[in-house]
Design a protein around this ligand. Structure first.
Ligand SMILES: [Zn+2]
Length: 78
């Protein structure tokens, strides 16, 4: 996935619903991360039950990139 590997997405802890960031690479490699809120160990999955969450995170990421592009265009005009 190239540069996207380094990009971070926001996920919600399934236990305490705290939002925190993981990299797409961590998701792809299905690493286990620790929730900064409740210390729950969360195994990241690129497929399966968590797919909808990752889909949502990717949509959020796309929106962030869109916003970034918009800001860049805005800056160029200035
Ligand atoms: Zn948590």
């Amino acid at each position: 996935m190239g540069l996207l590997d380094e990009m971070e997405i926001e996920i919600s802890c399934p236990k305490c619903e705290r939002k925190f960031q993981v990299s797409l690479r961590q998701v792809q490699q299905e690493t286990t991360v620790t929730c900064p809120g409740c210390r729950k160990q969360i195994k990241l999955k690129s497929t399966g039950d968590d797919l909808s969450k990752i889909d949502k995170a990717q949509k959020d990421l796309e929106k962030t990139i869109e916003d970034l592009n918009r800001n860049l265009k805005f800056n160029i005009k200035l």
